[in-house]
Design a protein around this ligand. Sequence first.
Ligand code: FES
Length: 580
Amino acid sequence: MTKPTKKTPITRRSSQWFARDGVHGFLYRSWTKNRGIPHDQFDGRPVIGICNTWSELTPCNSHFRLLADQVRQGILEAGGFPLEFPVTSLGETLVRPTAMLLRNLASMDVEETIRANPLDGVVLLFGCDKTTPSLLMGASSVNIPTIGVSGGPMLNGKYRGHDIGSGTNTWSMSEDVRAGKMTVDEFHEAESCMHRSHGHCMVMGTASTMASMVEALGVALPGNATYPAVDARRNVLARESGRRIVEMVKEDLTLSKILTRHAFENAIRTNAAIGGSTNAVIHLIAIARRIGVKLDIDDWDKFGRDVHTLLNLMPSGKYLMEDFCYAGGLPVVLRTLGEQGLLKKKALTVNGNTIWDNNKKAECWNRDVITTWEKPFKKNTGIAVLRGNLCPDGAIIKPSAATPKLLKHKGRAVVFENIEDFHKRINNPKLDIDEHCIMVLKNCGPKGYPGMAEVGNMPLPPKILKKGITDMIRISDARMSGTAYGTVVLHVAPEAAAGGVLGLVESGDMIELDVAKRKLHLDVSDEVLAERRLKWKAPKPPLNRGYYKLYVDHVNQANDGVDFDFLVGCSGSAVPRDNH
Ligand code: FES
Protein backbone atom coordinates (compact mmCIF):
# COMPACT_ATOMS: atom_id res chain seq x y z
CA MET A 1 0.00 0.00 0.00
CA THR A 2 1.32 3.43 -0.93
CA LYS A 3 2.19 5.47 2.13
CA PRO A 4 1.31 9.14 2.29
CA THR A 5 4.17 11.42 1.26
CA LYS A 6 4.60 15.18 1.28
CA LYS A 7 2.87 15.21 -2.08
CA THR A 8 0.02 13.05 -0.87
CA PRO A 9 -0.79 14.36 2.60
CA ILE A 10 -2.68 12.14 5.03
CA THR A 11 -4.92 15.13 5.67
CA ARG A 12 -6.52 14.65 2.27
CA ARG A 13 -10.03 13.48 2.89
CA SER A 14 -9.90 10.48 0.56
CA SER A 15 -6.86 9.12 2.36
CA GLN A 16 -9.17 8.23 5.26
CA TRP A 17 -10.55 5.60 2.89
CA PHE A 18 -7.95 4.76 0.29
CA ALA A 19 -4.68 5.12 2.23
CA ARG A 20 -5.76 2.71 4.94
CA ASP A 21 -4.01 -0.53 5.79
CA GLY A 22 -5.71 -3.69 6.94
CA VAL A 23 -9.23 -4.82 6.32
CA HIS A 24 -10.74 -1.38 5.77
CA GLY A 25 -8.15 -0.36 3.18
CA PHE A 26 -8.82 -3.64 1.40
CA LEU A 27 -12.58 -3.04 1.48
CA TYR A 28 -12.39 0.53 0.24
CA ARG A 29 -9.97 -0.19 -2.60
CA SER A 30 -10.87 -3.68 -3.74
CA TRP A 31 -14.48 -2.99 -4.65
CA THR A 32 -13.55 0.28 -6.34
CA LYS A 33 -11.10 -1.62 -8.55
CA ASN A 34 -13.83 -3.86 -9.97
CA ARG A 35 -14.23 -1.87 -13.20
CA GLY A 36 -10.54 -1.88 -13.94
CA ILE A 37 -9.03 0.83 -11.76
CA PRO A 38 -5.26 0.22 -11.46
CA HIS A 39 -3.70 0.17 -7.99
CA ASP A 40 -1.66 3.28 -8.68
CA GLN A 41 -4.84 5.39 -8.74
CA PHE A 42 -4.90 5.03 -4.95
CA ASP A 43 -1.58 6.80 -4.44
CA GLY A 44 -3.09 9.83 -2.75
CA ARG A 45 -4.01 11.81 -5.85
CA PRO A 46 -7.08 14.03 -5.42
CA VAL A 47 -10.28 12.05 -5.70
CA ILE A 48 -12.89 14.15 -7.48
CA GLY A 49 -16.61 13.47 -7.50
CA ILE A 50 -18.58 14.34 -10.62
CA CYS A 51 -22.04 15.05 -9.28
CA ASN A 52 -24.28 14.34 -12.25
CA THR A 53 -27.91 15.31 -12.67
CA TRP A 54 -28.28 13.48 -16.00
CA SER A 55 -31.74 12.07 -16.44
CA GLU A 56 -34.11 11.45 -19.31
CA LEU A 57 -36.75 12.82 -16.97
CA THR A 58 -34.85 16.12 -16.98
CA PRO A 59 -34.71 16.99 -20.69
CA CYS A 60 -32.61 20.10 -20.01
CA ASN A 61 -29.83 17.87 -18.60
CA SER A 62 -30.05 15.08 -21.18
CA HIS A 63 -26.55 15.78 -22.56
CA PHE A 64 -24.85 15.51 -19.19
CA ARG A 65 -23.22 12.13 -19.85
CA LEU A 66 -21.15 13.84 -22.53
CA LEU A 67 -20.46 16.80 -20.29
CA ALA A 68 -19.39 14.49 -17.46
CA ASP A 69 -16.98 12.74 -19.84
CA GLN A 70 -15.35 16.08 -20.58
CA VAL A 71 -14.99 16.77 -16.86
CA ARG A 72 -13.56 13.29 -16.37
CA GLN A 73 -10.96 13.90 -19.11
CA GLY A 74 -9.95 17.14 -17.44
CA ILE A 75 -9.58 15.48 -14.05
CA LEU A 76 -7.40 12.72 -15.52
CA GLU A 77 -5.28 15.22 -17.44
CA ALA A 78 -4.58 17.07 -14.21
CA GLY A 79 -3.67 13.89 -12.33
CA GLY A 80 -6.88 13.41 -10.38
CA PHE A 81 -9.02 10.33 -9.85
CA PRO A 82 -12.60 10.91 -11.09
CA LEU A 83 -15.59 9.14 -9.57
CA GLU A 84 -18.94 10.05 -11.10
CA PHE A 85 -22.17 9.69 -9.13
CA PRO A 86 -25.84 10.38 -9.79
CA VAL A 87 -28.04 12.49 -7.57
CA THR A 88 -31.72 13.35 -7.64
CA SER A 89 -32.41 15.26 -10.84
CA LEU A 90 -35.31 17.66 -11.02
CA GLY A 91 -36.82 18.54 -14.38
CA GLU A 92 -39.08 21.54 -14.35
CA THR A 93 -41.44 20.36 -17.06
CA LEU A 94 -42.30 16.82 -15.98
CA VAL A 95 -42.12 16.78 -12.19
CA ARG A 96 -45.48 17.26 -10.52
CA PRO A 97 -46.83 19.01 -8.57
CA THR A 98 -43.70 21.20 -8.69
CA ALA A 99 -39.95 20.53 -8.75
CA MET A 100 -39.58 23.06 -5.95
CA LEU A 101 -41.22 20.57 -3.58
CA LEU A 102 -38.22 18.29 -4.10
CA ARG A 103 -35.40 20.87 -4.14
CA ASN A 104 -34.59 20.36 -0.46
CA LEU A 105 -34.81 16.58 -0.81
CA ALA A 106 -32.31 16.70 -3.68
CA SER A 107 -30.03 18.93 -1.63
CA MET A 108 -30.03 16.34 1.17
CA ASP A 109 -29.08 13.66 -1.37
CA VAL A 110 -26.17 15.79 -2.58
CA GLU A 111 -24.97 16.72 0.91
CA GLU A 112 -25.05 13.22 2.31
CA THR A 113 -23.55 11.59 -0.78
CA ILE A 114 -20.58 13.96 -0.83
CA ARG A 115 -19.95 13.61 2.90
CA ALA A 116 -20.33 9.84 2.98
CA ASN A 117 -17.81 9.16 0.23
CA PRO A 118 -14.04 9.49 -0.25
CA LEU A 119 -14.15 12.77 -2.16
CA ASP A 120 -11.58 15.55 -1.92
CA GLY A 121 -13.35 17.84 -4.35
CA VAL A 122 -16.51 17.85 -6.40
CA VAL A 123 -17.70 19.11 -9.78
CA LEU A 124 -21.40 19.93 -9.78
CA LEU A 125 -23.25 19.53 -13.09
CA PHE A 126 -26.39 21.60 -13.15
CA GLY A 127 -28.85 22.82 -15.74
CA CYS A 128 -32.60 22.77 -15.26
CA ASP A 129 -33.87 25.25 -12.69
CA LYS A 130 -33.75 23.35 -9.39
CA THR A 131 -30.65 21.34 -10.19
CA THR A 132 -28.47 24.41 -9.56
CA PRO A 133 -29.69 25.44 -6.10
CA SER A 134 -30.16 21.88 -4.85
CA LEU A 135 -26.57 20.95 -5.71
CA LEU A 136 -25.10 24.18 -4.39
CA MET A 137 -27.12 23.95 -1.17
CA GLY A 138 -25.99 20.40 -0.55
CA ALA A 139 -22.35 21.11 -1.39
CA SER A 140 -22.38 24.24 0.80
CA SER A 141 -23.37 22.18 3.81
CA VAL A 142 -20.27 20.01 3.28
CA ASN A 143 -17.80 22.70 2.16
CA ILE A 144 -15.07 20.87 0.27
CA PRO A 145 -13.43 22.35 -2.87
CA THR A 146 -16.25 22.67 -5.39
CA ILE A 147 -16.63 23.92 -8.94
CA GLY A 148 -19.85 24.27 -10.91
CA VAL A 149 -20.49 23.54 -14.57
CA SER A 150 -23.84 24.47 -16.10
CA GLY A 151 -25.19 22.55 -19.07
CA GLY A 152 -25.79 25.69 -21.12
CA PRO A 153 -28.87 27.09 -22.80
CA MET A 154 -30.57 25.62 -25.87
CA LEU A 155 -30.23 27.30 -29.26
CA ASN A 156 -32.85 29.93 -30.04
CA GLY A 157 -36.32 28.60 -30.83
CA LYS A 158 -37.35 29.35 -34.44
CA TYR A 159 -40.98 29.53 -35.58
CA ARG A 160 -42.17 30.94 -38.91
CA GLY A 161 -39.24 33.30 -39.24
CA HIS A 162 -39.28 34.46 -35.63
CA ASP A 163 -37.22 33.63 -32.58
CA ILE A 164 -39.31 32.09 -29.84
CA GLY A 165 -38.25 31.63 -26.26
CA SER A 166 -38.89 28.79 -23.81
CA GLY A 167 -41.86 29.38 -21.62
CA THR A 168 -42.15 33.09 -22.45
CA ASN A 169 -43.67 32.41 -25.86
CA THR A 170 -45.51 29.39 -24.48
CA TRP A 171 -47.41 31.75 -22.19
CA SER A 172 -47.95 34.42 -24.85
CA MET A 173 -49.04 31.95 -27.54
CA SER A 174 -51.33 30.18 -25.09
CA GLU A 175 -52.98 33.55 -24.41
CA ASP A 176 -53.20 34.06 -28.19
CA VAL A 177 -55.05 30.75 -28.53
CA ARG A 178 -57.41 31.73 -25.70
CA ALA A 179 -58.00 35.11 -27.32
CA GLY A 180 -58.65 33.44 -30.72
CA LYS A 181 -55.54 34.93 -32.38
CA MET A 182 -53.76 31.61 -32.96
CA THR A 183 -55.09 28.20 -34.01
CA VAL A 184 -54.43 25.03 -32.04
CA ASP A 185 -52.60 23.56 -35.07
CA GLU A 186 -50.26 26.55 -35.16
CA PHE A 187 -49.73 26.15 -31.43
CA HIS A 188 -48.69 22.53 -31.95
CA GLU A 189 -46.35 23.51 -34.79
CA ALA A 190 -44.64 26.04 -32.51
CA GLU A 191 -44.28 23.31 -29.87
CA SER A 192 -41.90 21.44 -32.19
CA CYS A 193 -39.93 24.58 -33.05
CA MET A 194 -39.24 25.90 -29.59
CA HIS A 195 -36.86 23.33 -28.08
CA ARG A 196 -34.64 22.08 -30.88
CA SER A 197 -31.30 21.33 -29.21
CA HIS A 198 -29.82 20.07 -25.97
CA GLY A 199 -29.73 22.56 -23.12
CA HIS A 200 -31.92 24.42 -20.69
CA CYS A 201 -34.52 27.13 -21.37
CA MET A 202 -32.91 29.81 -23.48
CA VAL A 203 -34.71 32.86 -22.12
CA MET A 204 -33.47 34.65 -19.01
CA GLY A 205 -35.57 32.28 -16.93
CA THR A 206 -34.55 30.57 -13.74
CA ALA A 207 -32.03 28.17 -15.30
CA SER A 208 -30.21 30.95 -17.19
CA THR A 209 -30.44 33.17 -14.13
CA MET A 210 -28.96 30.53 -11.86
CA ALA A 211 -26.20 29.75 -14.38
CA SER A 212 -25.41 33.48 -14.33
CA MET A 213 -25.55 33.50 -10.53
CA VAL A 214 -23.04 30.67 -10.43
CA GLU A 215 -20.65 32.66 -12.62
CA ALA A 216 -21.21 35.89 -10.66
CA LEU A 217 -20.69 34.07 -7.37
CA GLY A 218 -17.34 32.88 -8.70
CA VAL A 219 -18.25 29.19 -8.40
CA ALA A 220 -17.86 28.54 -12.13
CA LEU A 221 -15.33 29.54 -14.76
CA PRO A 222 -15.98 32.61 -16.95
CA GLY A 223 -18.32 31.75 -19.82
CA ASN A 224 -20.42 29.36 -17.76
CA ALA A 225 -23.63 31.34 -18.06
CA THR A 226 -24.00 31.64 -21.79
CA TYR A 227 -22.14 29.16 -23.98
CA PRO A 228 -24.96 27.21 -25.65
CA ALA A 229 -25.19 23.57 -24.64
CA VAL A 230 -24.14 22.45 -28.12
CA ASP A 231 -21.27 24.94 -28.50
CA ALA A 232 -17.85 23.28 -28.40
CA ARG A 233 -16.77 25.87 -25.84
CA ARG A 234 -19.21 24.34 -23.36
CA ASN A 235 -17.24 21.10 -23.55
CA VAL A 236 -13.96 22.96 -23.20
CA LEU A 237 -15.31 24.71 -20.10
CA ALA A 238 -16.29 21.35 -18.63
CA ARG A 239 -12.85 19.94 -19.36
CA GLU A 240 -11.07 22.94 -17.90
CA SER A 241 -13.27 22.70 -14.81
CA GLY A 242 -12.16 19.09 -14.41
CA ARG A 243 -8.54 20.18 -14.59
CA ARG A 244 -9.07 23.07 -12.24
CA ILE A 245 -10.81 21.17 -9.43
CA VAL A 246 -7.70 19.01 -9.01
CA GLU A 247 -5.67 22.16 -8.40
CA MET A 248 -8.33 23.54 -6.08
CA VAL A 249 -8.00 20.46 -3.88
CA LYS A 250 -4.23 20.98 -3.71
CA GLU A 251 -4.81 24.63 -2.80
CA ASP A 252 -7.55 23.68 -0.29
CA LEU A 253 -9.79 26.24 -2.00
CA THR A 254 -13.01 25.27 -0.26
CA LEU A 255 -16.45 26.54 -1.21
CA SER A 256 -16.69 28.88 1.78
CA LYS A 257 -13.68 30.81 0.47
CA ILE A 258 -15.64 31.56 -2.70
CA LEU A 259 -19.18 31.93 -1.34
CA THR A 260 -18.56 34.97 0.83
CA ARG A 261 -20.91 37.80 1.66
CA HIS A 262 -19.27 39.86 -1.08
CA ALA A 263 -19.89 37.12 -3.62
CA PHE A 264 -23.61 37.16 -2.79
CA GLU A 265 -23.75 40.95 -3.06
CA ASN A 266 -22.17 40.63 -6.51
CA ALA A 267 -24.74 38.02 -7.46
CA ILE A 268 -27.67 40.18 -6.33
CA ARG A 269 -26.45 43.11 -8.41
CA THR A 270 -25.83 40.83 -11.34
CA ASN A 271 -29.35 39.50 -11.07
CA ALA A 272 -30.67 43.04 -11.35
CA ALA A 273 -28.39 43.81 -14.30
CA ILE A 274 -29.49 40.73 -16.23
CA GLY A 275 -33.19 41.11 -15.33
CA GLY A 276 -32.96 37.70 -13.66
CA SER A 277 -35.63 35.45 -12.27
CA THR A 278 -37.41 36.13 -8.99
CA ASN A 279 -36.67 32.53 -8.05
CA ALA A 280 -33.05 33.51 -7.48
CA VAL A 281 -34.15 35.39 -4.34
CA ILE A 282 -35.22 32.20 -2.62
CA HIS A 283 -32.37 30.08 -3.91
CA LEU A 284 -29.56 32.48 -3.02
CA ILE A 285 -30.89 33.03 0.49
CA ALA A 286 -31.04 29.25 0.97
CA ILE A 287 -27.50 28.71 -0.41
CA ALA A 288 -26.07 31.58 1.68
CA ARG A 289 -27.56 30.26 4.88
CA ARG A 290 -26.18 26.79 4.21
CA ILE A 291 -22.63 28.13 3.95
CA GLY A 292 -23.11 30.45 6.93
CA VAL A 293 -23.48 33.81 5.18
CA LYS A 294 -26.15 36.11 6.55
CA LEU A 295 -28.35 37.09 3.65
CA ASP A 296 -31.94 38.19 3.81
CA ILE A 297 -34.69 39.41 1.57
CA ASP A 298 -33.96 43.10 2.23
CA ASP A 299 -30.46 42.66 0.82
CA TRP A 300 -32.15 42.16 -2.55
CA ASP A 301 -33.69 45.59 -2.41
CA LYS A 302 -30.62 47.23 -0.89
CA PHE A 303 -28.09 45.94 -3.42
CA GLY A 304 -30.31 45.68 -6.48
CA ARG A 305 -32.10 49.02 -6.12
CA ASP A 306 -29.82 51.28 -8.18
CA VAL A 307 -28.86 48.74 -10.78
CA HIS A 308 -30.09 49.07 -14.34
CA THR A 309 -31.13 46.10 -16.43
CA LEU A 310 -28.61 45.88 -19.25
CA LEU A 311 -29.94 42.87 -21.10
CA ASN A 312 -32.60 43.07 -23.76
CA LEU A 313 -33.57 39.43 -23.22
CA MET A 314 -36.87 37.62 -22.92
CA PRO A 315 -39.00 37.52 -20.84
CA SER A 316 -38.59 41.30 -20.43
CA GLY A 317 -37.02 41.97 -23.83
CA LYS A 318 -36.42 40.63 -27.28
CA TYR A 319 -33.32 38.41 -27.48
CA LEU A 320 -32.31 35.02 -26.17
CA MET A 321 -29.30 33.45 -24.42
CA GLU A 322 -27.58 32.50 -27.68
CA ASP A 323 -27.60 36.19 -28.64
CA PHE A 324 -26.29 37.10 -25.17
CA CYS A 325 -23.40 34.69 -25.68
CA TYR A 326 -22.43 36.12 -29.07
CA ALA A 327 -22.69 39.66 -27.66
CA GLY A 328 -19.98 38.86 -25.11
CA GLY A 329 -21.85 37.08 -22.34
CA LEU A 330 -21.91 37.71 -18.63
CA PRO A 331 -18.31 39.04 -18.46
CA VAL A 332 -19.54 42.21 -20.20
CA VAL A 333 -22.20 42.69 -17.53
CA LEU A 334 -19.72 42.07 -14.72
CA ARG A 335 -17.24 44.50 -16.26
CA THR A 336 -19.95 47.16 -16.47
CA LEU A 337 -20.91 46.64 -12.83
CA GLY A 338 -17.26 46.89 -11.86
CA GLU A 339 -16.82 50.14 -13.76
CA GLN A 340 -19.83 51.57 -11.94
CA GLY A 341 -18.41 50.66 -8.53
CA LEU A 342 -21.12 48.04 -8.11
CA LEU A 343 -18.91 44.97 -7.93
CA LYS A 344 -16.93 43.72 -4.96
CA LYS A 345 -13.86 43.37 -7.16
CA LYS A 346 -11.73 41.33 -4.81
CA ALA A 347 -14.20 38.46 -4.50
CA LEU A 348 -12.29 35.26 -5.22
CA THR A 349 -13.38 32.84 -7.94
CA VAL A 350 -12.67 29.19 -8.58
CA ASN A 351 -9.84 29.82 -11.02
CA GLY A 352 -7.93 31.59 -8.25
CA ASN A 353 -8.39 35.05 -9.77
CA THR A 354 -10.64 37.78 -8.47
CA ILE A 355 -13.94 38.40 -10.22
CA TRP A 356 -12.56 41.68 -11.49
CA ASP A 357 -9.41 40.14 -12.95
CA ASN A 358 -11.55 37.62 -14.77
CA ASN A 359 -13.83 40.19 -16.36
CA LYS A 360 -12.17 43.60 -16.57
CA LYS A 361 -11.22 43.21 -20.23
CA ALA A 362 -14.54 41.84 -21.48
CA GLU A 363 -15.77 43.34 -24.75
CA CYS A 364 -19.29 43.75 -26.06
CA TRP A 365 -20.07 42.84 -29.67
CA ASN A 366 -23.73 43.83 -29.80
CA ARG A 367 -25.09 46.79 -27.86
CA ASP A 368 -28.65 45.99 -28.82
CA VAL A 369 -28.40 42.84 -26.70
CA ILE A 370 -26.19 44.11 -23.86
CA THR A 371 -26.86 47.81 -23.46
CA THR A 372 -24.50 50.35 -21.96
CA TRP A 373 -24.93 51.66 -18.43
CA GLU A 374 -25.61 55.12 -19.86
CA LYS A 375 -28.43 53.89 -22.09
CA PRO A 376 -29.71 50.82 -20.25
CA PHE A 377 -32.49 48.56 -21.43
CA LYS A 378 -34.43 49.49 -18.28
CA LYS A 379 -33.52 51.83 -15.43
CA ASN A 380 -33.33 50.97 -11.71
CA THR A 381 -35.03 47.63 -11.96
CA GLY A 382 -33.66 45.32 -9.29
CA ILE A 383 -36.12 43.19 -7.40
CA ALA A 384 -38.28 45.34 -5.14
CA VAL A 385 -39.15 44.08 -1.66
CA LEU A 386 -42.58 45.19 -0.52
CA ARG A 387 -43.90 45.54 3.03
CA GLY A 388 -47.27 46.26 4.54
CA ASN A 389 -50.02 44.61 6.53
CA LEU A 390 -50.50 42.12 3.69
CA CYS A 391 -46.85 41.00 3.79
CA PRO A 392 -45.18 41.87 7.11
CA ASP A 393 -42.27 39.54 6.32
CA GLY A 394 -42.03 40.75 2.75
CA ALA A 395 -43.16 40.13 -0.79
CA ILE A 396 -41.32 40.75 -4.03
CA ILE A 397 -41.99 42.16 -7.49
CA LYS A 398 -39.78 42.35 -10.55
CA PRO A 399 -40.41 45.84 -11.92
CA SER A 400 -38.56 45.11 -15.17
CA ALA A 401 -41.23 42.52 -16.03
CA ALA A 402 -44.15 44.74 -14.97
CA THR A 403 -46.34 47.32 -16.70
CA PRO A 404 -44.99 50.70 -15.48
CA LYS A 405 -48.41 52.33 -14.96
CA LEU A 406 -49.52 49.48 -12.69
CA LEU A 407 -46.61 49.92 -10.31
CA LYS A 408 -48.77 52.44 -8.41
CA HIS A 409 -52.36 51.31 -8.31
CA LYS A 410 -55.30 50.79 -5.98
CA GLY A 411 -57.86 48.20 -6.95
CA ARG A 412 -60.62 45.85 -5.85
CA ALA A 413 -59.50 42.35 -4.89
CA VAL A 414 -60.85 39.35 -6.76
CA VAL A 415 -59.87 36.42 -4.57
CA PHE A 416 -59.20 32.80 -5.49
CA GLU A 417 -58.97 30.52 -2.45
CA ASN A 418 -56.54 28.11 -4.12
CA ILE A 419 -55.36 27.11 -7.59
CA GLU A 420 -58.32 24.77 -8.12
CA ASP A 421 -60.73 27.61 -7.34
CA PHE A 422 -58.82 29.77 -9.83
CA HIS A 423 -59.10 27.20 -12.64
CA LYS A 424 -62.79 26.66 -11.88
CA ARG A 425 -63.78 30.32 -12.17
CA ILE A 426 -61.28 32.17 -14.35
CA ASN A 427 -62.92 31.39 -17.70
CA ASN A 428 -66.45 32.11 -16.47
CA PRO A 429 -67.78 35.15 -18.38
CA LYS A 430 -69.82 36.03 -15.28
CA LEU A 431 -66.72 36.46 -13.11
CA ASP A 432 -67.03 39.91 -11.52
CA ILE A 433 -63.72 41.39 -12.67
CA ASP A 434 -62.33 44.19 -14.80
CA GLU A 435 -58.82 45.30 -15.70
CA HIS A 436 -58.60 47.63 -12.70
CA CYS A 437 -59.09 44.78 -10.25
CA ILE A 438 -56.29 42.99 -8.42
CA MET A 439 -56.25 39.22 -8.67
CA VAL A 440 -55.36 37.49 -5.38
CA LEU A 441 -54.41 33.83 -5.14
CA LYS A 442 -54.12 32.11 -1.74
CA ASN A 443 -52.66 28.83 -0.50
CA CYS A 444 -49.94 28.38 -3.11
CA GLY A 445 -46.97 29.07 -0.82
CA PRO A 446 -44.41 26.61 0.59
CA LYS A 447 -46.85 24.92 3.00
CA GLY A 448 -50.09 25.71 1.21
CA TYR A 449 -49.47 24.08 -2.17
CA PRO A 450 -47.19 22.43 -0.84
CA GLY A 451 -43.97 23.28 -2.63
CA MET A 452 -44.69 26.88 -3.64
CA ALA A 453 -45.77 26.37 -7.22
CA GLU A 454 -44.99 28.70 -10.11
CA VAL A 455 -48.57 29.86 -10.49
CA GLY A 456 -48.24 33.48 -9.37
CA ASN A 457 -48.53 34.77 -12.94
CA MET A 458 -52.17 33.75 -13.19
CA PRO A 459 -53.52 33.92 -16.76
CA LEU A 460 -55.96 36.79 -17.21
CA PRO A 461 -59.68 36.14 -17.69
CA PRO A 462 -60.60 35.71 -21.40
CA LYS A 463 -63.02 38.63 -21.26
CA ILE A 464 -60.15 40.94 -20.28
CA LEU A 465 -57.79 39.48 -22.89
CA LYS A 466 -60.39 40.04 -25.57
CA LYS A 467 -60.24 43.76 -24.80
CA GLY A 468 -56.55 43.63 -25.79
CA ILE A 469 -55.40 44.00 -22.18
CA THR A 470 -52.40 41.82 -21.37
CA ASP A 471 -51.50 42.70 -17.79
CA MET A 472 -53.19 43.15 -14.43
CA ILE A 473 -51.84 43.19 -10.87
CA ARG A 474 -51.67 39.72 -9.42
CA ILE A 475 -50.73 38.93 -5.80
CA SER A 476 -49.99 35.55 -4.24
CA ASP A 477 -47.77 33.53 -1.94
CA ALA A 478 -46.66 31.50 -4.96
CA ARG A 479 -43.60 31.79 -7.18
CA MET A 480 -43.51 32.72 -10.84
CA SER A 481 -41.64 30.98 -13.60
CA GLY A 482 -38.53 32.91 -14.55
CA THR A 483 -39.81 32.79 -18.11
CA ALA A 484 -42.98 34.70 -17.19
CA TYR A 485 -43.71 38.39 -16.96
CA GLY A 486 -46.34 40.85 -15.77
CA THR A 487 -47.15 43.01 -12.74
CA VAL A 488 -46.97 40.09 -10.38
CA VAL A 489 -46.42 40.32 -6.61
CA LEU A 490 -44.96 37.07 -5.35
CA HIS A 491 -43.64 35.26 -2.27
CA VAL A 492 -46.04 37.00 0.14
CA ALA A 493 -44.85 36.11 3.64
CA PRO A 494 -46.19 34.78 5.85
CA GLU A 495 -48.16 32.73 3.35
CA ALA A 496 -51.90 32.18 3.67
CA ALA A 497 -51.57 28.57 4.88
CA ALA A 498 -49.20 29.66 7.65
CA GLY A 499 -51.76 32.14 9.00
CA GLY A 500 -50.65 35.17 7.00
CA VAL A 501 -53.00 38.09 6.39
CA LEU A 502 -53.18 36.98 2.75
CA GLY A 503 -55.46 34.18 3.96
CA LEU A 504 -57.93 36.78 5.29
CA VAL A 505 -58.38 38.81 2.10
CA GLU A 506 -61.92 38.74 0.67
CA SER A 507 -63.21 39.70 -2.76
CA GLY A 508 -64.19 43.36 -2.73
CA ASP A 509 -61.41 44.47 -0.34
CA MET A 510 -59.29 47.32 -1.65
CA ILE A 511 -55.55 46.76 -2.06
CA GLU A 512 -52.93 49.42 -2.66
CA LEU A 513 -49.65 48.73 -4.43
CA ASP A 514 -46.97 51.42 -4.55
CA VAL A 515 -43.69 49.94 -5.70
CA ALA A 516 -41.75 53.21 -5.47
CA LYS A 517 -42.67 53.33 -1.77
CA ARG A 518 -42.22 49.55 -1.43
CA LYS A 519 -45.76 49.34 -0.07
CA LEU A 520 -48.43 46.66 -0.29
CA HIS A 521 -51.45 47.51 1.85
CA LEU A 522 -54.75 45.78 2.43
CA ASP A 523 -57.30 48.48 3.18
CA VAL A 524 -59.13 46.54 5.91
CA SER A 525 -59.02 47.50 9.59
CA ASP A 526 -57.20 45.41 12.18
CA GLU A 527 -60.53 44.82 13.95
CA VAL A 528 -62.15 43.33 10.86
CA LEU A 529 -59.06 41.22 10.18
CA ALA A 530 -59.19 39.94 13.79
CA GLU A 531 -62.83 38.90 13.27
CA ARG A 532 -61.96 37.12 10.05
CA ARG A 533 -59.06 35.37 11.75
CA LEU A 534 -61.44 33.78 14.27
CA LYS A 535 -63.19 32.02 11.39
CA TRP A 536 -59.99 31.13 9.48
CA LYS A 537 -58.95 27.48 9.23
CA ALA A 538 -55.58 26.25 7.98
CA PRO A 539 -55.98 24.21 4.77
CA LYS A 540 -55.36 20.50 5.07
CA PRO A 541 -52.22 19.28 3.26
CA PRO A 542 -53.01 16.89 0.38
CA LEU A 543 -50.96 14.15 2.04
CA ASN A 544 -50.12 13.71 5.70
CA ARG A 545 -47.30 11.19 5.47
CA GLY A 546 -43.86 10.67 4.02
CA TYR A 547 -41.98 13.48 2.36
CA TYR A 548 -45.05 15.74 2.14
CA LYS A 549 -45.39 15.63 5.92
CA LEU A 550 -41.70 16.30 6.46
CA TYR A 551 -41.97 19.20 4.02
CA VAL A 552 -45.03 20.87 5.52
CA ASP A 553 -43.77 20.41 9.07
CA HIS A 554 -40.32 21.88 8.43
CA VAL A 555 -40.31 24.22 5.46
CA ASN A 556 -39.34 27.85 6.08
CA GLN A 557 -41.17 30.77 4.55
CA ALA A 558 -40.13 32.49 1.31
CA ASN A 559 -38.18 35.25 3.06
CA ASP A 560 -36.05 32.56 4.69
CA GLY A 561 -35.28 30.70 1.47
CA VAL A 562 -37.89 27.88 1.70
CA ASP A 563 -35.22 25.58 3.12
CA PHE A 564 -36.03 23.09 5.85
CA ASP A 565 -35.46 24.54 9.30
CA PHE A 566 -33.15 21.62 10.17
CA LEU A 567 -31.03 21.98 7.02
CA VAL A 568 -29.94 25.58 7.49
CA GLY A 569 -26.19 25.67 8.13
CA CYS A 570 -23.09 23.67 7.36
CA SER A 571 -22.09 20.39 9.01
CA GLY A 572 -18.70 20.18 7.33
CA SER A 573 -17.11 17.20 5.67
CA ALA A 574 -16.27 15.01 8.67
CA VAL A 575 -18.25 11.80 8.81
CA PRO A 576 -20.04 11.73 12.16
CA ARG A 577 -19.69 8.63 14.40
CA ASP A 578 -17.21 7.05 12.00
CA ASN A 579 -16.06 3.78 13.60
CA HIS A 580 -14.08 2.52 10.62
FE1 FES B 1 -35.50 23.06 -17.64
FE2 FES B 1 -36.69 25.44 -18.26
S1 FES B 1 -37.56 23.45 -18.18
S2 FES B 1 -34.69 25.05 -17.64
